[in-house]
Design a protein around this ligand. Structure first.
Ligand SMILES: CC(C)(COP(=O)(O)OP(=O)(O)OC[C@H]1O[C@@H](n2cnc3c(N)ncnc32)[C@H](O)[C@@H]1OP(=O)(O)O)[C@@H](O)C(=O)NCCC(=O)NCCS
Length: 164
């Protein structure tokens, strides 16, 4: 699953890449990568992208929780995950990253859906079992800031840093 945020020119200014863990019980999602273009940070874009990904996991695939890894020193991302989105630290994984930095392993539990939502979710899982990738523009994001020259946020990031 990939969700992107676009500016008024249709340029991508942020993305979140997420997946469902195959054959996992209970069903749960994992955030693979998240980044917002430097010029568009602190506008709530990452928060919206993450909420979209959570909703997709839960409503379409019946996920009960979402997990991720984050660098021990990534203050911005740790704030986003723990303070804004309610993630809890489950573990510290020593030397998780290629450069030897430790990772926090985190997880947020989704609220249990009401029975009728659950029914819809299981139908959706069947209907979308073969969907490998979903691209969805994030709506209602305030992108009034000046449009950046570079369209792809990942390009200016150290991939290791952007990888969740
Ligand atoms: C981490 C990142 C995705 C946050 O994106 P963003 O769009 O700026 O985040 P938001 O605007 O949604 O902010 C979410 C919260 O984090 C806080 N925050 C954002 N940047 C921060 C920073 N540098 N220091 C402290 N807090 C920060 C915001 O104030 C906000 O807090 P609030 O909800 O209490 O008001 C962005 O900084 C980024 O792309 N970093 C490089 C790639 C990366 O580290 N990805 C994560 C890999 S795990």
């Amino acid at each position: 699953m990939i969700h992107v945020a676009e500016n008024h020119k249709g340029q991508i200014v942020g993305y979140v890449l997420a997946k469902m863990e195959e054959d996992a019980t209970p069903a749960h999602g994992h955030i693979t990568s998240l980044a917002v273009l430097r010029t568009h940070r602190k506008c709530g874009i990452a928060t919206q992208l993450m909420r979209q990904a959570h909703a997709r996991m839960q409503e379409s695939f019946g996920a009960e929780y979402c997990s991720l890894h984050v660098r021990y020193t990534n203050v911005a991302a740790i704030h986003l995950y723990t303070q804004t989105l309610g993630y809890k630290v489950m573990d510290v994984e020593k030397g998780y990253y290629a450069d030897g930095e430790d990772a926090y392993s985190m997880r947020v539990d989704f609220e249990k859906p009401k029975p009728e939502t659950k029914k819809k979710a299981s139908k959706a899982v069947k209907a979308q079992a073969n969907v490998a990738e979903v691209t969805e523009a994030v709506k209602n994001v305030d992108l009034n800031a000046a449009a950046p020259e570079a369209a792809a946020p990942a390009a200016e990031e150290d991939p290791a840093t952007a990888t969740a």
